[in-house]
Design a protein around this ligand. Structure first.
Ligand SMILES: Cc1cc2nc3c(=O)[nH]c(=O)nc-3n(C[C@H](O)[C@H](O)[C@H](O)COP(=O)(O)OP(=O)(O)OC[C@H]3O[C@@H](n4cnc5c(N)ncnc54)[C@H](O)[C@@H]3O)c2cc1C
Length: 416
């Protein structure tokens, strides 16, 4: 490849020999038929080699954008290259909404779905759970549509890019809604441990941001449905912020979605970062581990005990809740889950050392890593936590018998 292609964070240089940018589904089918090994690159926001291949990478960014709303069915069908930033304003303008989003809008829906990307909220599932149908270009170049209720559907949604090219996705919609966002500062950790459920259940979506330093969580972000109770003055000793906050203390809060309790449309409040603004820090690495929701207080206590061993490598950490789903490779398969996310300074060795400390601290809780972020847990420590792992491998063998869509990353993780 003549151009050097890197992921969003810059820590991965893709090894692909070529990058193809097809302009139609028929072109995607031709590319797949001709390829020996092929992967799709979404918006490149993953922090590991999940999207890479040493042969053909396909970007769907140049497919004609498709955002077809079926108002009667309450669904939207989008092409495989569409981003949340493309889709969300169109849905809002038509009076519709998604139930949940991630922290930033610039990722593709397909990339988010493939990796079980999530936001927060006790009743909010992974973004993948909103999908009701997917059209794949499979290894033979044929089109295959799987719909919710089909035998293979629950296995095919969170697919790590290993089943085929998702050229079309249909998602469930909600009627448009407004959110009011308030940030609270300085929640004492002991109060959080004793009241985890009460804190996280106090609104539609709640996130905790902490640097794991001292005795308090830095910020509590509360995203409440507008029209509910008035915001409270404090949460267990955490006091209301008096200006816009960035999750990373000291950075400019005005790049974030509106705070201070001013109600606004879902897509201007549920993302942490506004459409069109640079998300997060930019130069950073990320890791995330999921444990059963019921273990959250003990997991927080375990991280609190070792915080001095990893906090110097950290920019910020986010704790979020995710509701259970039925998708085989979802981090919330079969049970409500809590995610411990870490944004690390862009120093690889220090990050890996810190990731290992966190993985060891959470080991008693059988942690599952985010598929798209940095982790050091071996495959043998991950696969047993996915009850349908063997069924997924069978599905991949059927849809892609030649293993065209397998790269080193997924082969080692899932198939070896
Ligand atoms: C600043 C930042 C904030 C983030 N915030 C969150 C967050 O709030 N919650 C969270 O859970 N994660 C978060 N992530 C991780 C992010 O959601 C995942 O990395 C997601 O996969 C990114 O989507 P992408 O379009 O960049 O996919 P890529 O990284 O390009 O690809 C991810 C995987 O999807 C596959 N894929 C992509 N498109 C297709 C397709 N059309 N067909 C088949 N396979 C496909 C790729 O092959 C690859 O395996 C964040 C990442 C960054 C950089």
């Amino acid at each position: 490849m003549t151009e050097t292609l890197r992921n969003w964070a810059g820590n991965i240089t893709f090894a692909a020999r070529s990058l193809a940018r097809p302009r139609s589904v028929a072109e995607v089918q031709d590319l797949v038929r001709a390829a020996r090994k092929v992967r799709v690159l979404g918006s490149g926001h993953s922090f590991n080699r999940i999207a890479d291949t040493d042969e053909t990478l396909i970007s769907l960014a140049h497919l004609p954008r498709r955002i077809d709303i079926d108002a009667a069915a309450g669904t939207v069908t989008v092409d495989g290259g569409a981003t949340y930033a493309d889709v969300a304003p169109v849905l809002h303008a038509a009076g519709f909404a998604l139930g949940n989003v991630a922290s930033l809008p610039s990722i593709t829906l397909a990339g988010a779905v493939a990796t079980a990307t999530h936001g927060s909220g006790d009743a909010n599932q992974n973004l993948s759970a909103a999908v009701s149908a997917i059209a794949f270009v499979t290894g033979s170049g044929e089109l295959l549509t799987l719909r919710r209720g089909d035998t293979d559907f629950d296995g095919a949604v969170v697919n790590l890019g290993a089943l085929g090219v998702m050229v079309e996705l249909t998602l469930d919609l909600l009627p448009d809604y407004d959110i009011r966002q308030n940030v609270y500062l300085g929640l004492p950790v002991p109060a959080l441990i004793d009241n985890f459920d009460a804190v996280m259940s106090r609104a539609y979506s709640v996130s905790l941001f902490t640097r794991w330093q001292g005795e308090a969580v830095d910020q509590v972000w509360v995203k409440a449905l507008a029209g509910g109770d008035d915001p409270v003055e404090d949460i267990l000793g955490a006091t209301a912020a008096t200006g816009p906050c960035h999750p990373i203390p000291g950075l400019d809060g005005t790049v974030c979605t509106g705070q201070m309790g001013v109600a606004g449309p879902w897509h201007e409040r549920l993302f942490h970062f506004s459409i069109g603004n640079t998300a997060s820090a930019g130069a950073e690495l990320q890791s995330e581990l999921f444990v059963a929701r019921a273990d959250a207080p003990a997991a927080i206590a375990a991280l609190f005990r070792v915080q001095d061993q990893f906090s110097s490598a950290l920019m910020i950490s986010e704790v979020r809740t995710v509701a259970a789903d039925k998708l085989w490779l979802s981090s919330a398969y079969g049970g409500d889950t809590v995610g411990f996310h870490f944004t690390w300074k862009p120093e690889w060795d220090a990050t890996i050392a810190a990731v290992k400390v966190v993985e060891a601290a959470l080991a008693p809780f059988n942690p599952r890593p985010h598929w798209a972020k940095v982790f050091t847990l071996p495959p043998s420590g991950i696969r047993p936590h996915y009850k349908q792992m063997d069924a997924f491998r069978d599905l991949a063998d059927r849809l892609d018998p030649a293993g065209k869509f397998r790269n080193d990353f997924v082969t080692k993780l899932l198939f070896d």
